[in-house]
Design a protein around this ligand. Sequence first.
Ligand code: ASP
Ligand code: MG
Length: 468
Amino acid sequence: MKFGGTSVGDAECIRRAAEIVARAARESLVVVVVSAMSGVTNRLIATAQNLAQGKRDVDDLSTTLRAQHFAAADVLVADEARQSELKAELEPITGEVANLCQGISLLRELTPRAHATVSSIGERLSARLMAATLREIGLNSVAVEATDVIVTDDQYLQAEPMMDRVKERSNVRLRPLLDDGVTPVVTGFIGGTVDGVLTTLGRGGSDYSATTLGAALEADEIIIWTDVDGVLTADPRLVPSARLLREISYNEAAELAYFGAKVLHPKTLRPVVQARIPVWIRNSFTPDKGGTKITAVGHPTEHGVRAITAIPNVSMITIGGPGIVGAIGVAAKTFQAVASVRANVLLISQSSSENDICLIVDSADATQTVKALRSAFAADLVHHDVEHIIVNSDIAIVAVVGENMRGTPGIAGRTFSALGKSSINIIAIAQGSSEYNVSFVVEAKAMQDAVVAVHDEFKLDQAADVGL
Ligand code: ASP
Ligand code: MG
């Protein structure tokens, strides 16, 4: 069971989460993975970055984090002796924050390794709070540092677990605890190199921690407890009639995670696909609701479409001009330039006339990406072979997702005629050959209308999976 930041956001939430664990632990062996209390990771990173830039008037994070976690400890643990024991576990970690901050501000630099260490503090604190709370309600529980268990490469901020080693370590560190009736509470988000240097799995990475451990331990199921009921057919802020999906496939969930439905970290499902371990998304605030179950097969519908997602705040970059028609290596050069600034490409489209290549990146990456492209194509720009590299930031991507769209004719046709009927102009289109997803680009101001039009067209507000 993994609990996200809001699910352990304060003492009351932690207690609620602990009760969920306790209930499950009566029937099964449970490993808990926790995120930092909500907002903590952001604060840690912001402070570290400010200090690295030489700013002096940053808040004293060590003190505020200590106060926040001590306050939770006061509520969660009744007995004074046990309270001081817990505080004695928390104290040195908040003390580390002070040292790290001092180091960063003296050096005025934030190396990836230091960045990882600072940003991991929240999980190291919350895991101890959770373990103490579980002990408080009668379980045997200990906090476990994932640096000892989730062995990764040394990309400190986007570390990749090495599954074989994680398996080995899980069997050494976690299995004996479970055998002894102890519920381990593992720090999410964190890993460690073979040499034991702390790494992180990327922002929002606790989901990935949970599925990595679940796969390593051959869990029966993995439950991601969060603050939403599950995966919906669309963002309810855009489509009020959006409906909860009771069961979706790994592919659908991965596609939705990638395309903006911020329910899961995009890598979450990778470790479980092969072993076909089901992953649940459930709301820790309403644990009696069922949630969404993610499985190998999902719940196919007649027309195949399961959900619509929209991504605002993206920019379309177009590289065009007669010089690229039939030219070899333009695409390679383009994507090499994009990769050099580590921009994440959300969509690519090139028509067969080869007049231009268009790609979409996060707006935050747009300026850097264009700069890299201009320098990669500097010579061509001088010779006017590449006539233009232009950016349009006034757009949004809308993606229609469904595993069984594959081989179902007419989906694209219905999608685009629905858009036509609503007078929505389509700027670009892409469909991967996996056919799990048809994506199109519209003007930002038409995004909501586009989502509503397609949601209506496929009647996604009507339950196809009732009775599951
Ligand atoms: N606390 C980390 C973050 O905010 C990891 C997570 O929440 O999953 O990115
Ligand atoms: Mg989080």
